[in-house]
Each structure stands twice: as C-alpha cells, then as structure tokens.
Design a protein around this ligand. Sequence first.
Ligand code: NAD
Ligand code: ZN
Ligand code: ZN
Length: 345
Amino acid sequence: MNALVYHGPGEKSWDSVPTPTISKPTDAIVKMLKTTICGTDLHILKGDVPEVSSGRILGHEGVGIVEETGGAVSNFKKGDHVLISCITSCGKCEYCKRQMYSHCEDGGWILGHLIDGTQAEYVLIPQADNSLYPIPAGTDEEALVMLSDILPTGFEIGVLYGAVKPGDTVAIVGAGPVGMAALLTAQFFSPGRIIMIDIDESRLGLAMKFGATEVINSAKVDPAERIKASTKDGVDVAIEAVGIPQTFDVCQRIVRPGGHVANVGVHGKSVDFQIQTLWAQNITLTTGLVNTNTTAMLLKTVESKKLKPENLITHRFTFDQFLQAYEVFSNAEKEHALKVIISNA
Ligand code: NAD
Ligand code: ZN
Ligand code: ZN
C-alpha cells in the first residue's frame, strides 16, 4: 500500500510500505476513505515531537471501511463504515471507566504518533471496539473526519471545561481548526456573545460566518482593552486555542472575576501563570488532553445537521496528491486553508 511516511525532521514522502496485518484479536484493519492533516503533523515534521520516530506513518483523523477484524472484535465487521478516533482505548480499564480515554492503561495511543496513522491506504486500529464509531447510513462522511480530533478537542477541553452557559460572553483566542471547533460547539449552549480573537483576517472572516458575534484582530488592537470596554469586567469564559505564552496571557487578562480560562493549546514550555491574580479573582483554570469521550454525542449532532463541521473544509485532494495537500496546509495563511481533506479516490 501507499502511505505518508515521516523520515525525520523536515522529511516525508508518499511511500510504498507493507499493508498492516492483524496482530492482536482486538485489532481491526480499516481501509481509509478520507483523512486530513492536523497542525500536530506539521509539528512532528518540524521535529518538535522527538518521540515520533523516523518511518512512522502520520495522521490521526479519518473515516474508512473495516477490511478485517481480529477474533475478539465484536462491535464491527468487514464492510462497516467507521469513524476513527484519534486516540485508541480499551474501554475497560480504570481510566476508560472514567471516560479518560487518552489515559487508557491498555492503549491511549494517538494514531500517527507512537503507532502508525491514517494517512495511508490501510490503518491498523488497536482496541477497535472502543476506538471506532459506526457511521450511520446517509451521514456526510467527509464532515465526520472533523470528529476524529478537532471537534472533540474544541468541545471537551474548550467548551465543556470552560463551562459555557446560556447568555455567557465567550472569547476564543485562536481561529485555527480547534478554535473554530470550539466556536461551532459553544453554540450548543446559546452564549450571548462569542468573540473570536486571531491575527489572521481571513480566519476572522470565516469565524463570523461560523457564528462569532464579533472578532478582534489582536495584531491591531489590544484584546484586553477592547473587551474591558464592552463588558462589565471581562468575559465569562476565555478559551485558549493557540498554544503560545502571549495568548495564554490574553486569556488571563480578559476573564472576569469568577470566570473560566479553558486552556486547549499545547504549550510545550511554561507560560506566565498569574496565580496571585487568578486566586484573587476566583478564576477557574482548566486544561488537558482531549479524551474523545464526546465523539458519539457529536456524531449525533452531525447526523441531525445541528452541527456542520464540513464548513471547516477549505481544500480537497486525492491520495496521489498527498504532498501537494501538505504544501497547501503548511502555507495555511497564504492559501486561506483551514482543513484539507484527502480522499482515497
Ligand atoms: P493552528 O496553528 O491551526 O491555529 C492557531 C491559530 O492561532 C491560527 O489561526 C493563528 O493565526 C492564531 N494565532 C497565532 N498567533 C496568535 C496570536 N499571537 N494571537 C492570536 N492568534 C494567534 O492550531 P490548531 O490546529 O487550531 O490547534 C490549536 C491548539 O490546540 C494547538 O496548540 C494544538 O497543539 C492544540 N491542540 C490541543 C489538543 C488537546 O488535546 N488539548 C488537541 C489538539 C490540538
Ligand atoms: Zn490533531
Ligand atoms: Zn482503557
């Protein structure tokens, strides 16, 4: 089969590699139909994620058709159309019982990280019963690719940890795919205002289309000053979806006393954590890894058309254009790219 293989910092190619085979009875092999590229893949390619070794097949998002199942897989059979979770989990251990799938004691693997991923014609899914979701007939499969990672991330770590409530003023810092996912799913709770903050005008324009009530270009104006002028003491919920110290700091400065800061961004290094101010103002600060424990719920919202994540897709390619898809996604600002879909045409 062919797959997008990481060959060390800065190096990748669309290679011919062995097709995976079942090694444990809980495994399934899935024939990929559609996958995408995530910002994390670009981090791996830069060499920022040293635990990913050369030879790894990248990708952790996608939909496909079950090709083969191990003897212990009971929820799926050959021919089933499935949504792949970015995290594999057993569903049975202490952490899985708490729905903390990213901490599964017999899995918790991110595809395309320590195990091979979805940017391939076939992928091996460990713990298939708990790591795959059946796709109801008639559901837009392309839209579901957004549910492998970015939608659960924005929803669980941004919106749910941030405890968005009806009438709230919510600020989301970062209009990338994850920030946009928070924007789409925050609307489940009918907040009064959703302010999107970014430095990219084209993404801010998209955010208005996706339901933001206002946008702030933080390259041009200080978001803290703008927000303090239009709220009593700041926002109820500030969601950090960039992953740099400056944007974490913006969240600390725009939240009202008693409000929530929900950090979604992966910082990699420390941020300037204003513990004294947060303490004095009774701020709740949350953060964490996505658990993908809301995927089934999100799938229903796509099925009922309450959630339309397909709007996040800006570019479409076929598997033989994989390198071109990377080129476009790597130049997202210039290309006005948000999510690219690559189909096994
Ligand atoms: P992205 O890089 O595509 O988007 C980030 C956005 O931030 C861009 O639109 C960019 O213009 C904007 N930005 C950059 N600098 C800014 C600044 N100074 N002020 C305001 N905006 C600025 O990233 P993404 O794929 O949307 O992911 C967002 C974050 O979420 C990343 O840190 C990613 O690693 C993290 N993430 C976390 C989890 C989790 O489990 N918690 C899962 C997936 C991704
Ligand atoms: Zn991702
Ligand atoms: Zn488990």
